[in-house]
Design a protein around this ligand. Structure first.
Ligand SMILES: [Zn+2]
Length: 313
């Protein structure tokens, strides 16, 4: 129940005017009382189904008393992540109840973003590994996809900036979103994009947790070699490929900077390096954004919400 003395009548919503492609875009709902479950959909004009949908989750961390609120505000977030190959243009962001009723709609834009194109010739062995159908490869793809789809709708981590998984003395050797034109040994080719950030590290370099999380997968996979997946937030996962050794077990909770593994060159790797990928709602997003901007940082969220509250009152 909302107390009678409050001028606060209903939840409020924030969806950004511009949505970044290949990135986590944070949307918020806040209220004096707990925020009911909701989902967010992004629609292009004239489309028959949404471009993407994301579930909201409550954040267990009240904000200060802001604007007309009489007490600390409770809030929830949804993370919206347009995929790298998505075309830019105008969209509508819709907040919906769990029954699909419209709560709030706001216009937005998918911002254009260009990614460089790289030509990658593959040896016959690499071609075989990459192109040949293999039941093990299929099983592993299904298993990791099931992990990316898991969504625990509570967020207890204090939020904030991610650390780099390796010492900053190592340069990144391939960037997120690079479009890759693979040329196979048999003369055929295919197009894909780089779903993570690579660091040029020698075999045996310590790999640390970029943020707190729970280890949800440790596996020796055909294409990605020794692989560790860490869950940070609802639907948000850090993924590490081509490791030489994992130092953690499934179910283990780790703190930021805790050692996860040693880097290597296992699986389909052209040489020793660390591949760090971040998935949100299954979509690959630029990991370095989380190092510079952070994820659900209380100060940033308070700043956005208090600026809206100032405009309203
Ligand atoms: Zn990579």
């Amino acid at each position: 129940m909302i107390p009678l003395w409050s001028t606060w009548a209903e939840p409020r919503f924030f969806g950004p005017t511009f949505l970044r492609i290949g990135a986590i875009n944070e949307l918020y709902v806040w209220d004096e009382v707990s925020v009911a479950p909701f989902t967010v959909e992004v629609w292009k004009d004239g489309a028959s189904k949404p471009l993407l949908a994301a579930r909201g989750f409550s954040v267990n961390r009240p904000l200060p008393v802001l604007g007309a609120a009489k007490k600390p505000l409770l809030w929830a977030a949804a993370l919206v992540c347009p995929e790298v190959l998505e075309a830019p243009g105008p969209v509508k962001v819709r907040f919906l109840t769990s029954k699909g009723e419209l709560l709030h709609e706001t216009p937005s834009q998918l911002m254009p973003r260009n990614f460089p194109v790289e030509e990658i010739p593959l040896s016959p062995e690499m071609t075989r590994l990459r192109a040949k159908p293999d039941p093990r490869k299929d099983r592993e793809a299904v298993a990791i996809w099931a992990v990316y789809q898991r969504f625990e709708p509570q967020f207890h981590w204090p939020g904030g900036r991610f650390l780099l998984p390796v010492s900053p003395i190592f340069p990144s050797s391939a960037h997120f979103g690079d479009v890759r034109h693979y040329q196979y040994a048999d003369g055929t080719s295919s197009r894909d994009y780089h779903r993570g950030t690579d660091f040029a590290v020698p075999v045996g370099t310590p790999v640390q947790a970029p943020a707190p999380g729970t280890v949800v997968l440790v596996s020796d996979r055909m294409l990605t070699g020794i692989t560790v997946v860490l869950e940070h937030a609802p639907g948000v996962y850090s993924v590490f490929f081509h490791l030489s050794k994992a130092n953690v077990k499934v179910g283990q909770k780790v703190k930021a900077a805790e050692r996860l593994a040693l880097s290597g060159a296992t699986g389909l790797a052209t040489g020793p390096h660390l591949h760090w990928e971040v998935r949100s709602n299954g979509v690959p997003v630029d990991p370095l954004d989380l190092v510079t901007d952070g994820l659900l940082d209380t100060n940033s969220v308070s700043a956005v919400i208090s600026s809206i509250e100032r405009v309203i009152h």
